[in-house]
Design a protein around this ligand. Structure first.
Ligand SMILES: Nc1ncnc2c1ncn2[C@@H]1O[C@H](COP(=O)(O)OP(=O)(O)OP(=O)(O)O)[C@@H](O)[C@H]1O
Ligand SMILES: [Mg+2]
Length: 285
């Protein structure tokens, strides 16, 4: 039986403790790193929420839909300021001044496609200031001088099984899943939380035995390090014969038996997009 605090991510106590300890030791930039769907956002926002509960000024900026050119404006907007300023340098300085005054914890979620820009901005902010802290998530580390990395691996089987049960509970599934079946099921997605959630919806619909009997189940489609213009559901789309995703095209790459996570470094850079609005908020993470 796996116990956890209400709302806490399953099976991430070690990583949460590490993040906590780093913060207590004065870390000013922590990047949660790991494969797509491994739970970076979940962990990042949990840490941020804890800090907000303790009274910190937490400012969350979801970078997913922003191009590099939109990051600075997104941060300014999230901080409650005008996104337009006379120059980049003054925009950086204005953001720094606001964050320093408030002792802000800036949360930059999903930075992988704008790493260079984020690295530059964060370096500027941390270099000149003393009270600003940054929490980021990215598939790869930012590689800047202040950085501490909290790396997430797929969940261990007991925790992945607990997540499966949790997701089934949320779906009000009527099936009972034995411990043994739960472990067999989650082994098919290598304990990757996003895969477990997809699996749970399948199990909720068909029951564990049908799913276990289905040879097609493990054929989850995985892209090598997806472009950020590809949305999550496309990045880890169930193969046609797999989790019932009914993809438009045959899977580009199906890895028999397991979800292979998208680590390939030979990733294409995402196409440039217009800077969109940041989903930023100075409220709850
Ligand atoms: N430890 C966990 N406990 C419970 N649910 C989890 C856990 N980890 C991830 N999840 C759930 O799995 C799904 C994928 O997690 P999340 O979005 O955090 O992954 P990610 O690593 O941020 O993905 P991406 O690379 O696409 O940004 C979410 O629905 C999330 O709530
Ligand atoms: Mg994420």
């Amino acid at each position: 039986m796996v116990e956890r605090r209400s709302g806490a991510p399953i099976g991430r106590d070690d990583e949460l403790h590490l993040a906590r300890r780093l913060l207590e030791d004065g870390a000013r930039l922590i990047t949660v790193v790991g494969a797509p769907g491994v739970g970076k956002t979940r962990v990042l926002r949990h840490v941020a929420r804890d800090l907000a509960d303790e009274g910190a000024d937490v400012c969350v900026v979801a970078l997913r839909d922003l191009a590099a050119s939109g990051v600075l404006g997104g941060v300014l907007r999230a901080l409650g300021g005008a996104a337009r300023v006379s120059s980049r340098a003054s925009a950086i300085a204005r953001a720094a001044e606001r964050m320093e005054r408030r002792g802000t914890v800036l949360v930059l979620d999903e930075a992988e496609h704008v790493r260079d820009e984020v690295a530059e901005l964060v370096t500027a902010w941390l270099d000149g200031m003393t009270r600003v802290r940054v929490l980021a998530s990215s598939r790869e580390r930012l590689d800047v001088v202040f950085e501490h990395v909290v790396r997430l691996e797929p969940l261990a089987p007991a925790f992945a099984a607990a997540l499966l049960r949790d997701a089934l509970g949320r779906a009000a599934a009527r099936w009972k899943v034995s411990d043994d079946d739960a472990r067999r099921l989650v082994s098919r997605v290598d304990g990757l939380p996003l895969g477990v959630e997809l699996l749970a919806s399948r199990v909720a619909a068909l029951g564990p035995h049908s799913v276990l009997a289905s040879r097609a189940l493990p054929r989850l489609r995985a892209f090598p390090r997806a472009s950020r213009s590809v949305r999550r559901r496309d990045r880890l789309r169930p193969a046609r014969a797999g989790l019932g995703g009914g993809g438009r095209r045959p899977p580009r790459r199906c890895v028999g038996g397991v979800v292979r996570v998208l680590r390939a470094k030979a990733a294409r850079r995402p196409r440039r997009r217009r800077a969109g609005r940041a989903e930023g908020a100075r409220v709850r993470p």
